[in-house]
Design a binder for this molecule. Structure first.
Ligand code: FAD
Length: 620
C-alpha cells in the first residue's frame, strides 16, 4: 500500500509540520503520519505566536524558508512588538492568532507541497535494524519503510490528564495518548523522563462583561513575522485585561486538597515560567491580585482563552473562582483547564543535528525533547527535517551556531546541558543576543536557507539588496553633514541639545532621541536620498548607526571564541586515555560526545582546567 519513503514524520504538530515542509521542499519524499488529520498544527494552549525571544525564533525560521512565520501572518488577529521601549535586541514580535485559521493555513501549505503525503494513524512502534531506523508500525497494523524518521509526539507519549482528583489517559483534552514508543525506545537503551504542563479554561465570550475590563489593542500599524511579502489584514481584534482578587484566591484555595499538583499525584516537573494560578497564589501569597489577559480564540468564534489562569483544580472550583473575577460574574465555561503529564527524552541523547546518538537516521524534535512552546518545537522540527534530508542525500549536516541564531542556542543548550524542566527560550540564554535580533534574522540566516535550497534566488537578492542599501544609507549619513540652522529646532523639540557647528548626520542619528523620521524633516537632501529605500532598510541602517560600537565589541567576542568553536573533536576520541581530566568531566564528555571544544566547555562539570587539558590532547 505504501512505497518506501525517504522520511516519515510522526506527528502533525508544530515540530512535525516544519519537519515535513522542510524535507519535502528540499526534495525528500515525506509521509506525515498523524493521529488525527483534523488537528494538524493544533495550538494546544494559547492561540499566540512569538513573544520575548520566541518571536526572534519565528523570524529565524522564516528567514531560512520555514512556514511558521507565514502561517502566523495569515492568521493574526492582533500584533504587538513587545519591548519597543528597550534596545532593538529586546524587540520581540508577538501575535494573537485565529486558532482554527492557523491550523488551516498550515494544512494548506503542506497540501501544496507535492512531496508530502499524509496518513491518519497512530504510530506505536519503530522498525529498527542494526541500530538504524528503517520505518514505523502503526495501530492499524501497517508497516511503512523509510530511510529516516522524525519523532514529534509532543505531549502524547503516555499522556495523563488531571482535573482535580480525576485522571485519564490523553495526549491533549479529547485526544488519545500514544503508547508503545517510549517503552520500545527505553528497551533500546534510551533514557526517558516525565514532565507536566497545564492550560486554562476556555469560556464563552458572550457571557463576559467587557466594560469591567481594560481594553488592550495591538500596534497601530501591524507588523509581521515573515520576510516574504504576503498580504496581511490590517484589521485587528481587541483583547482585554482583568485581575483576580482575594475572593478568587480564597475560592481556589478551597480546592487545594483536591489539587493533583499539591497532593503529589503529578510527578513530572512543570514550566517554571508559566505557573498555574494555584501555583501563583501559593508561591506569591503576598500578592492580592494577578493579571488575567482575556484573549479571543479567533475572528469568528466567541470562545475566549483566559490567559494567566492555567489550572488543574476541580472544574467546579475553576467555575466558582472564575465567577468572582471582574467581568466574569455571569461566565459560562466551554472547557475546563487541565494539567497533563507526558514522557520526554532527555535531549543529551541527541547530536547537534537532532539525530539520536543511539539509532542512526532517527531524529527527535519538539516537546519530546523536553521543551515547551510552539516556537521552540517548530524550530527543532525545521532543523530535524533539514538534517534528515541532508543525511538521506549524504550532504553536510546543518548545525546552527550559538553566535548566529537563537535556534543554535536552543539546540546547543538542549544537547549540551540537557534540561530537567520544560525548556523555554529567553533572551538571557543567548550570550550574543545583541547580534541575534528580530530585525536582522534575514541578513543572518537567509544565506543559509539559500545554500540549502529552501530560499529562491529572488528572495536571496532581496536580502543582498537590503545589506547593500543599508550600507549606502550608513555611508550617506556618515559622509554628509547638517547645519545648525537646519536641525536645531528639531533637536530642541526632541529634547536634545542643539549644535553650534555643522555635524555629520550620523552623529545626530546616534542620539537616543533622534531617528531618520525626524532628521529627514530637517534635511530635504536626506529626505530625497531616503525616498528610494523601504522602511525595513532605513530601520536597519538606524539600528546600525545607533548601536555600531556595541555590535563591534560583541563581534570581537564571537571571533575570539571562534577558535574554540571551530576546534572539532573526533567522535571516536577516547576520553579515558586522559588521566588528568576530572572524573565528572570524563563521564560527561563520554556521554555528550561534544562536537567541538567550544561545546565541551559548556558542559556542566567540565571546568576550565579540563578544557585546557583537552585542548592539549586534541592538538596532539
Ligand atoms: P504537539 O503540538 O503536541 O503535536 C504532537 C502531534 O503528534 C499531534 O498532532 C499528535 O496527534 C501527534 N502524535 C503524537 N503521537 C503520535 C503517534 N504515536 N502517532 C501519530 N501521531 C502522533 N506551551 C507554551 O509555550 N506555553 C504553555 O502555556 C503551554 N501550555 C500547554 C498546555 C497543554 C495542556 C499542552 C498539551 C501543551 C502546552 N504547551 C504550552 C506546549 C505546546 O503546546 C507545545 O510545546 C507544542 O505544541 C509542542 O509542539 P510539538 O510539535 O512538539 O507537539
Amino acid at each position: 500500500m505504501f512505497k518506501k519513503y525517504d522520511l516519515i514524520v510522526v506527528g502533525g504538530g508544530h515540530a512535525g509540520c516544519e519537519a515535513a515542509a522542510a524535507a519535502g521542499k528540499l526534495g525528500s519524499s515525506v509521509l506525515l503520519i498523524t493521529m488525527n488529520m483534523a488537528t494538524i498544527a493544533q495550538m494546544s494552549c494559547n492561540p499566540a505566536m512569538g513573544g520575548v525571544a520566541k518571536g526572534q525564533i519565528v523570524r529565524e525560521i522564516d528567514a531560512m524558508g520555514g512556514g511558521s512565520g507565514i502561517v502566523t501572518d495569515k492568521s493574526t488577529i492582533q500584533f504587538r512588538m513587545l519591548n519597543r521601549s528597550k534596545g532593538p535586541a529586546m524587540w520581540s514580535p508577538r501575535a494573537q492568532v485565529d486558532r482554527m485559521r492557523f491550523a488551516e493555513e498550515w494544512r494548506l501549505m503542506l497540501e501544496k507541497n507535492m512531496n508530502v503525503d499524509f496518513w491518519q494513524d497512530t504510530v506505536n512502534a519503530l522498525i529498527v535494524k542494526n541500530e538504524k531506523i528503517c520505518g514505523v508500525a502503526t495501530s492499524l497494523g501497517i508497516e511503512v519503510e523509510a530511510k529516516a524518521v522524525v519523532l514529534t509526539n509532543g505531549t502524547f507519549l503516555n499522556g495523563l490528564i488531571h482535573i482535580g482528583e480525576k485522571k485519564f489517559g490523553g495526549g491533549r483534552t479529547a485526544e488519545k495518548a500514544a503508547h508503545g514508543i517510549t517503552e520500545q525506545l527505553v528497551g533500546l537503551g534510551f533514557e526517558s523522563g516525565r514532565m507536566k504542563t497545564g492550560t486554562p479554561p476556555r469560556v464563552d465570550g458572550r457571557s463576559l462583561d467587557y466594560t469591567k475590563m481594560e481594553e488592550q489593542w495591538g500596534d497601530e500599524s501591524r507588523g509581521e513575522f515573515s520576510y516574504t511579502n504576503i498580504k496581511k489584514n490590517q484589521e485587528q481584534r481587541c483583547c482585554w485585561i482583568t485581575y483576580t482578587n482575594t475572593n478568587v484566591h480564597e475560592t481556589l484555595k478551597e480546592g487545594f486538597e483536591k489539587s493533583p499538583m499539591f497532593s503529589g499525584r503529578i510527578k513530572g516537573l512543570g514550566p517554571r515560567y508559566c505557573p498555574s494560578i494555584e501555583d501563583k497564589i501559593n508561591r506569591f501569597a503576598e500578592r492580592d491580585r494577578h493579571q488575567i489577559f482575556v484573549e479571543p480564540e479567533g475572528w469568528n468564534t466567541v470562545e475566549i482563552y483566559v490567559n494567566g489562569f492555567s489550572t488543574s483544580l476541580p472544574e467546579d472550583v475553576q467555575y466558582k473562582a472564575l465567577k468572582q473575577i471582574a467581568g466574569f460574574e455571569n461566565v459560562k465555561m466551554f472547557r475546563p483547564g487541565y494539567a497533563i503529564e507526558y514522557d520526554y527524552f532527555p535531549p543529551t541523547q541527541l547530536k547537534l543535528t537532532l539525530e539520536t546518538k543511539i539509532i542512526s537516521n532517527l531524529f527527535f524534535a519538539g516537546q519530546i525533547n523536553g521543551t515547551t512552546g510552539y516556537e521552540e518545537a517548530a524550530c527543532q522540527g525545521f532543523i530535524a527535517g533539514i538534517n534528515a534530508h541532508q543525511n538521506i542525500v549524504a550532504k553536510e549536516a546543518l548545525i546552527m551556531k550559538r553566535s548566529e541564531s537563537y535556534i543554535g542556542v536552543l539546540i546547543d543548550d538542549l544537547v549540551t546541558k540537557g534540561t530537567e524542566e520544560p525548556y523555554r527560550m529567553f533572551t538571557s540564554r543567548a550570550e550574543h543576543r545583541l547580534l541575534l535580533r528580530q530585525d536582522n534574522a534575514d541578513i543572518r540566516l537567509t544565506p543559509i536557507g539559500y545554500q540549502l535550497g529552501l530560499i529562491d534566488a529572488e528572495r536571496m537578492k532581496t536580502v543582498d539588496d537590503k545589506v547593500q542599501n543599508t550600507a549606502a544609507i550608513v555611508n550617506f549619513v556618515k559622509s554628509n553633514s547638517i547645519k545648525p540652522e537646519e536641525v536645531n529646532t528639531i533637536l530642541e523639540e526632541a529634547g536634545t541639545s542643539s549644535i553650534s557647528q555643522n555635524v555629520k548626520m550620523a552623529t545626530i542619528i546616534g542620539r537616543p532621541q533622534m531617528d531618520f523620521y525626524r532628521l529627514k524633516e530637517a534635511s530635504p537632501v536626506l529626505k530625497n536620498f531616503l525616498a528610494e529605500f523601504d522602511k525595513e532598510t532605513i530601520e536597519q541602517a538606524e539600528i546600525k548607526i545607533k548601536y555600531e560600537s556595541y555590535f563591534e565589541k560583541e563581534l570581537e567576542i564571537v571571533n575570539k571564541m571562534k577558535k574554540m568553536e571551530d576546534r572539532e573533536i573526533n567522535p571516536a576520541f577516547n576520553y579515558n586515555d586522559i588521566i588528568s581530566l576530572s572524573k565528572e568531566a570524563r563521564e560527561k564528555l563520554i556521554k555528550i560526545k561534544p562536537k567541538t571544544l567550544g561545546q565541551a566547555s559548556r558542559i556542566s562539570g567540565v571546568s576550565p582546567s579540563d578544557v585546557s587539558v583537552l585542548m592539549v590532547h586534541i592538538s596532539r
